[in-house]
Design a protein around this ligand. Structure first.
Ligand SMILES: [Zn+2]
Length: 389
């Protein structure tokens, strides 16, 4: 036995294998080729040694978790939202794999919601166990999952939000391996919008295409012969979709989608290439990203849009060139909506008589009319516009 130990010690001197690599944890998917189970995920997260916090509990009692890589006080924060749709598992696998190899003490904090829809993942359904599509719930916040993510965004103020999905192909028009899209909502500040498009076109695209994948803009059917766009089938301005909500909350970012026609390994590898793109973007553009998100947080004037998108002009009636100074809620309306307003980081003040005013001049400005104006697509409630505060 002693001889064997000596021999092993000698071999290890000859072949310097990093101790960490030998002990590196593996996901269920890496071990079995099958999607990582709930139990495997929990064991894996423990084995990484990364700090994991519980940010919510699903309707079926599963924890919604946040994993942090890097120092909590870093100036740049990057948030990965992994598989909000339970039947789109490749993003979750890529997140689990990537989190263990990111630098742990750096100027960037990487946050992962590694399983953004735990009940839906177990059941292999798009929505959660209540049938709520979490990626249509980032405004009204009816789901525990949507609320958990809103609190993370409010508390961490991410500079970048990368949202991982998968899509079913629609031959012959929608056949790429990998699709990407930035926030299209017109209320997103220019700097955040343009950097988000840069992230998609100049980082994600080259990264996945260098890996041998075909890629394109999400939501557009393309003519297979001419390559020309035919019509938009998804990817619009809707503020309740995380891709847009993120921009309205001052984060640069994007949604990515891998094609479920590929093998599981190909899809997970594609998602990892996408993560590479966002990491490169953060490395090279940190100063610009920080400036753009800070500028977005400081906006206190300008028009409000209830329709249109960056590729579709708004109807004249959907533009408020002179927005109200604020919105007044009755006491009863406030009681009904105060939890959601708090999760969105919307501040308000008491008025005499028990009403409440939400002034537009605050950091949450881009979101306020979309939450409180009767003209919005899906307001939380219809509050009263006031011209003077
Ligand atoms: Zn999806």
């Amino acid at each position: 036995m002693r001889g064997l130990i000596a021999l092993l010690a000698a071999v290890s001197l000859l072949v310097p294998v990093p101790a960490l690599a030998a002990a590196e944890p593996r996901t269920g998917f890496e071990k079995t080729g099958k999607w990582t189970t709930e139990a495997e995920e929990q064991a894996y997260l423990r084995a990484t040694g990364l700090p994991v916090s519980q940010i919510g509990v699903t309707a079926q009692g599963r924890p919604i978790q946040l994993v942090r890589v890097g120092t909590p006080s870093a100036r740049t924060v990057v948030l990965f939202i992994c598989s909000q749709h339970g039947d789109e598992p490749a993003g979750r696998e890529a997140c689990l794999i990537r989190m263990r190899s990111l630098p742990r003490s750096s100027s960037v904090t990487y946050l992962f919601v590694p399983n953004a829809n735990p009940d839906g993942r177990v059941a292999d359904t798009r929505g959660n166990s209540q049938g709520i599509d979490i990626n249509r719930d980032h405004l009204l916040l009816r789901s525990a999952e949507g609320r958990a993510m809103a609190a993370v965004i409010r508390d961490w103020k991410p500079d970048v939000i990368h949202d991982l999905h998968e899509f079913g192909p629609s031959a012959p028009y929608y056949v790429k391996d990998f699709l990407w899209l930035w926030p299209r909502n017109l209320n997103v500040a220019d700097g955040v919008h343009s950097l988000s498009e840069t992230l998609s076109r100049s980082y994600i695209r080259p990264s996945v295409e260098a890996g041998g994948r075909t890629s394109g803009v999400y939501g557009i059917h393309v003519d297979p012969v001419t390559g020309e766009p035919i019509r938009q089938v998804a990817g619009d301005h809707q503020e309740r979709i995380l891709r847009n909500t993120s921009g309205l909350k001052h984060s640069t970012g994007l949604l990515v989608e891998t094609n479920v026609d590929g093998t599981p390994a190909y899809r997970v590898e594609s998602q990892l290439l996408g993560l590479d793109g966002t990491q490169a973007y953060v490395r090279e553009r940190r100063a610009e990203i920080e400036a753009a998100t800070a500028a977005s947080r400081a906006v206190r004037s300008g028009p409000v849009y209830f329709g249109g998108a960056d590729n579709q002009p708004p109807a004249p009636e959907d533009v408020l060139t002179t927005p109200p100074c604020g919105y007044v809620l009755t006491g009863a309306q406030y009681v009904e909506a105060r939890d959601e307003l708090a999760l969105h980081g919307v501040k308000s003040q008491y008025l005499r008589g028990g009403d409440r005013i939400v002034p537009m001049k605050q950091e949450a400005r881009p979101l306020i009319p979309l939450l409180l104006d009767g003209h919005a697509d899906e307001p939380l409630l219809k509050a009263r516009r006031v011209a003077q505060c």
